[in-house]
Structures are given as structure tokens and as C-alpha cells.
Design a protein around this ligand. Structure first.
Ligand SMILES: O=C(CO)[C@H](O)[C@H](O)COP(=O)(O)O
Length: 225
């Protein structure tokens, strides 16, 4: 029921293959790959060549978070590189509905990424083209930030809206997801957890141990998970 997706922008990029193989062994559920263009957010991260390389190492789903302007330009590029899911932000395109539909038409799952200050109303006419929601718990752009406390209430509100619509759309939380935040996010309805610098890529333990610690946090919420 709860899934772990390591955020590869936080991996040791000089040893990416080693990290992915170790995380595969540890049984993570998918990989989260952040794509930034230095315009939509003030940072640069990973691109199609890295997606292709990771696709050659693992069979797990590749979950892309596009923090780029006009992401519709890149859907087929990332589909060809081996992505399984692509999430985009409302603020990044003038045709959000069309972009989500194009992601689906390319055979991928379409995700709506929602920044901390963006209202959940953005979903109102998009439920039928949205396969999952990435609820950002920090402002997009950088790893290692503080969790924005008001996002707990936002997760609950989102869960309520989805339930009222009879939907079980996965809620993915991203940003400072770790020991302090996982249990409360899970209690409020998040089911996919992006593990970055706070959870998976900590230097004080092995990747496998960190995955195990995350699973232990889920068990606090739902002992049978
Ligand atoms: O999307 C992101 C930043 O925009 C990262 O995936 C995310 O922040 C993970 O890193 P951390 O757990 O250190 O916050």
C-alpha cells in the first residue's frame, strides 16, 4: 500500500549505477527523477540521457517530475528514454489538460504536480486525465529544504476531495520526506513517498538500511503494511 521512490537527484551521481542496483536489491518500488530547466525553477538537474541510463539498469517504474517550462515539448523525448510516469505543474504550461492527455496518449501515467501555494482547485476539471498527484511539501527546485507544515492539512484536503469523487488516485509526497514527516503524511492519505536527502540518501547508514527504516515508519501507521 505504501511505496518508496528514491529521488535520484540526491544520489551519488558519480556512482549512480551502484546506488540504483543497491536500491533495487533493497526492494524500492520506483525511482523519482527530477528534471529542471533553470527557468521554471532556479536549478538544473537530470535529463533524458540519465533516464535512458537508469532504464538500462532497472525494470522498476521511472517516475519523472518535470519542473520545466512548456513540458509538452518533451513528453515524447522522455517516453522514448524509458519513463513510465510524467508529472507536470499547472504553472508550467498554457495547456495543462492537453499535456496530461498527451502523456497518457504516449502510454505513460499522467501526474499533476502541485506546488505548496497552488490551490487544489487546479484539479477541478482534470480528474479524468490525472493518474496520480505529486503534492510538493517544499517549494520545487532544491533538495534538503524544510517541510512546510501547512502541507499536512493540504494532504488531508486532497484525500477528502478524491474520496468524495469516488477516486483512489495515488498521492505522492515530495520534499523533506523522512522520519519526522512520513508517519503524519501516511496517516493523512499519502501513499507514495519520495526519499531524498532526509530518508534514503543519508550518509549515516547504508541505502538498504535507510529503505528498511522507511518501511518501519510505515509500519507505525499501519502495522500490516
Ligand atoms: O523535487 C525535489 C526538489 O524539488 C526533490 O525530489 C525533493 O526535494 C527530495 O529531496 P529532499 O527529501 O532532500 O527534500
Amino acid at each position: 500500500m505504501f511505496e518508496i521512490g528514491p529521488s535520484l537527484m540526491c544520489a551519488d551521481l558519480g556512482n549512480l549505477e551502484r546506488d540504483v542496483r543497491e536500491l533495487d536489491q533493497a526492494g524500492v518500488d520506483f525511482y523519482h527523477i527530477d528534471v529542471m530547466d533553470g527557468e521554471f525553477v532556479p536549478n538544473f538537474t537530470l535529463g533524458p540521457d540519465i533516464v535512458k541510463r537508469v532504464r538500462g539498469i532497472t525494470q522498476k517504474p521511472l517516475d519523472l517530475h518535470l519542473m520545466v517550462n512548456s513540458p509538452e515539448r518533451y513528453v515524447s523525448m522522455f517516453a522514448d528514454a524509458g519513463a513510465n510516469r510524467i508529472a507536470v505543474h499547472a504553472e508550467s504550461t498554457t495547456n495543462l489538460q492537453g499535456t496530461l492527455s498527451a502523456i497518457r496518449s504516449a502510454g505513460l501515467e499522467a501526474g499533476l504536480a502541485i506546488s505548496p501555494a497552488t490551490s487544489l482547485d487546479v484539479l477541478d476539471y482534470l480528474y479524468d486525465v490525472t493518474d496520480y498527484i505529486v503534492l510538493m511539501t517544499v517549494n520545487p527546485g532544491f533538495a534538503g529544504q524544510h517541510f512546510i507544515e501547512s502541507m499536512y492539512g493540504k494532504i488531508s484536503n486532497l484525500k477528502t476531495r478524491l474520496t468524495e469523487c469516488g477516486l483512489d488516485t495515488p498521492i505522492e509526497v515530495d520534499g523533506n520526506i523522512g522520519a519526522q514527516t512520513v508517519p503524519e503524511c501516511a496517516r493523512r492519505g499519502a501513499t507514495r513517498f519520495i526519499g531524498g536527502t532526509s530518508a534514503i540518501f543519508r550518509s549515516d547508514a547504508s541505502l538498504a538500511d535507510n529503505v528498511e527504516h522507511m518501511r518501519a515508519l510505515f509500519a507505525q501507521v499501519m502495522p500490516a503494511s
